[in-house]
Design a binder for this molecule. Sequence first.
Ligand code: HMG
Ligand code: MG
Length: 297
Amino acid sequence: DAKDRVSIFEMGARDGLQNEVAVPTAAKIALIESLADAGLKRIEAGSFVSPKWVPQMADSADVLKQIQRQSGVVYSALTPNVKGFELALDAKASEVAIFGAASQSFSQRNINCSIEESIERFIPLMELAKAHNIPVRGYVSCVLGCPYEGEIAVSEVARVSEILYKMGCYEISLGDTIGIGTPQKARRMLQTVAERVPMDKLALHFHDTYGQALANILACLNLGVRVFDSSVAGLGGCPYAKGASGNLATEDLVYMLHGMGFETGIDLQKLALAGQAINTQLNRNNGSKVATALLAK
Ligand code: HMG
Ligand code: MG
């Protein structure tokens, strides 16, 4: 039944690769296609941001235009403003995502404006998306702390989440951008946000900097949340959050969920191989313990 099904939003090609050394477009395409082959149904494929800010994502249009698409798979892209939305539309992104923050300082450093200014910028984008029938996801960063401000009030996380939801985002992804949260704190944060946005419209986006992401997810699962963002091989981090490691590794998440009896639709072996190929390309160690174990067999 639906309670036992979990939806994973794969971040490797975007949140992952935005913070690794640039890889050739062909390698990104191969990664995305292999992720879909492994059973991922929601794949963030790139972002339409300033290439001066994030050069690693400058070829996102080529990536989206050249991938072989599978039916039933969503290929999404980050769009901070109308310009980004228009580029995403032209590249035929299946859906887009706007990204705000619960921290003023992070908002300034990440998208060069205050929280309030970012909301103003999102309004025309939301209108365009509605006119073109493009679903919009919303991210809130720094939900368990900020690299510049430290503690962030959960009331502020709930406030920003509710604004994005009421603007028309179909789902709000709560980002522990720097991976500093711990289980009780994560649970309390999710509970507070769920008073303002329905639980089935919420996703958790946990980075694994302090190795807490799986524990945090476990602490939140029985509140009813069923959507998680993760990154194959634990790729990436955040260019504006020094010391942040990648998202939780998708392989580690899938292994835990399958072990608990949840369905994900993902073939773990194929997923591990997809991660291994991009690791080889990047000449980096695998950020997934599960993949490391599986591939050593
Ligand atoms: P700005 O400098 O204030 O923007 O940056 P602007 O409107 O003044 O434009 C400046 C220049 O950028 C102009 O070019 C624009 O054309 C261009 P110029 O005239 O100088 O040649 N520009 C664009 N180019 C391409 N695509 C666009 C675009 N918009 C303007 N969409 C801006 C504001 C938002 C653009 C900039 O701050 C930016 O690109 N920030 C992106 C930062 C980013 O990508 N961060 C990582 C993603 S967020 C994240 O990882 C967190 C998340 O994973 C959740 C979590 O973990 O918490 C989602
Ligand atoms: Mg992130």
